[in-house]
Design a binder for this molecule. Structure first.
Ligand code: 5GP
Ligand code: ZN
Length: 136
């Protein structure tokens, strides 16, 4: 299904032009308009799924396989030295476009970007409790 109010539905289905790196029946890979670094690209499913919760499992698997192909190609062509895959779900997590997308961000020696978090302290007891909350 498509969502008429969703810009990524329009981009993924070619109604709005984009710098497309790859396209198949299910996905389009485009260059991000506000790139973190040179070659920052997004994998978009052509169907509208708001986030990873909604994305069918087979799409999730295929998106990661496609990421591997694209990361390999972009590394080869642009000569980056590392890559971050980022995928935000929900406002709080920094999602701004509510159509699933997987960021592929090439990293270069002097790119001056930071993608990360501040590690917190946690005890073994707390880890055990969290583990039990999740799998218990
Ligand atoms: P989010 O914050 O939702 O994880 O990421 C949204 C991304 O989409 C941002 O990196 C932003 O630069 C990119 N973006 C937003 N609108 C457009 C657009 O119209 N075209 C392209 N190519 N990228 C977009
Ligand atoms: Zn959409």
């Amino acid at each position: 299904m498509k969502d008429n109010n969703c810009i990524f539905c329009k981009i993924a289905n070619g109604e709005i032009p984009s710098k497309t790196l790859y396209e198949d029946e299910r996905f389009r890979v485009i260059l991000d308009l506000g790139p973190a670094t040179k070659g920052h690209a997004l994998i978009l499913p052509k169907e509208h799924y708001a986030n990873l919760y909604d994305l069918p499992e087979e799409y999730a698997g295929d998106a990661m396989k496609l990421a591997k192909k694209m990361v390999t190609k972009i590394t080869d062509k642009l000569g980056c030295e590392g890559f971050n895959l980022v995928q935000n779900n929900g406002d709080l997590a920094g999602q701004t476009v509510f159509h699933f997308h997987l960021h592929m961000i090439p990293r270069y020696q002097a790119d001056r970007q930071t993608i990360g978090w501040k590690p917190q302290e946690v005890s073994q007891e707390e880890l055990e409790e969290i583990k039990n909350q999740i799998i218990g």
